[in-house]
Design a protein around this ligand. Structure first.
Ligand SMILES: [Zn+2]
Length: 248
């Protein structure tokens, strides 16, 4: 293998990290070109490490990596967007950690999805500048599901495909809305009226296509239920074993 093939460049956003050995770190990135990947940042926990100093949570970097036998190694890092100073504010940090975790859980390693990279980048930028960062969670989460092909239609029953009446029920275990005929009432279902479902649909639209940012409470609850279903468990910040979504 030539030197060129063993090295490659990538744009990455730092999703999280964990310690390795005495001084190294395994850093998890979402890269635009190669999807989610873990790479070793050698010496990154030493106080004067140049690489360590440039890898901060939620930051966007451009880097050179070297293919390793099991994990690739970060060879050099250039910072493209530093957000840490803006994100240390508690509410921003909570929301940023939550969006990073959702991307981590829902994206498969090694499968590039540039739309998700761009969605994460623009959402982190918005969170870093916002006084009310919680308002970005619902739309971000539904856009994530849409890009992954898991956003249900808001006008038709997901089992029989018939047009929904005034009230429909979100059943996350079925992955969508049900009509009165198909619904099997249970505690977790969420009833949404027409206005709530219109809000749901608008939250999931790509920018410019009649999209909205503000979620009505029932639409937000429906999105959270779908996210919990696709993540196979309720999502909590820092729930992944071994990975810290806090300061590196
Ligand atoms: Zn039906």
């Amino acid at each position: 293998m030539s030197g060129e093939e063993r090295s490659y460049r990538a744009q990455g956003i730092v999703l999280g990290a964990r310690a390795l050995g005495e001084a190294d770190r395994i850093v998890r990135f979402l890269t635009r070109e190669h999807g989610k990947l873990d790479a070793v940042a050698k010496g990154a926990r030493r106080p004067k490490s140049r690489i360590g100093g440039r890898l901060e949570l939620a930051g966007r970097v451009e880097m050179m990596l070297h293919r390793g036998r099991s994990l690739d190694v970060v060879v050099s890092v250039e910072e493209r967007s530093r957000r840490w100073a803006a994100l240390v504010e508690p509410e921003r940090l909570t929301v940023a950690s939550l969006v990073l975790e959702r991307v981590d859980v829902l994206c498969e390693p090694g499968e590039p999805v540039p739309e998700i990279f761009d969605l994460l980048e623009s959402t982190l930028e918005a969170i870093a500048k916002s006084e009310r960062p919680h308002r970005f969670i619902a739309r971000f989460s539904l856009r994530l599901l849409d890009v992954l092909g898991s956003m249900p239609p808001a006008e038709s029953c997901c089992l029989c495909a018939e047009r929904l009446e005034e009230i429909a029920w979100l059943d996350a275990s079925e992955g969508g809305f049900l009509d009165a005929k198909c619904r099997r009432p249970h505690r977790e279902e969420i009833a949404l009226g027409r206005i709530d479902r219109e809000n749901f649909a608008a939250l999931g639209r790509a920018r410019g296509a009649g999209a909205v940012l503000e979620a009505r409470p029932h639409a937000a609850a429906a999105i959270e239920a779908l996210i919990a279903h696709y993540c196979a468990r309720p999502l909590r910040v820092s729930a992944l074993p071994g990975y810290a979504y806090g300061p590196l």
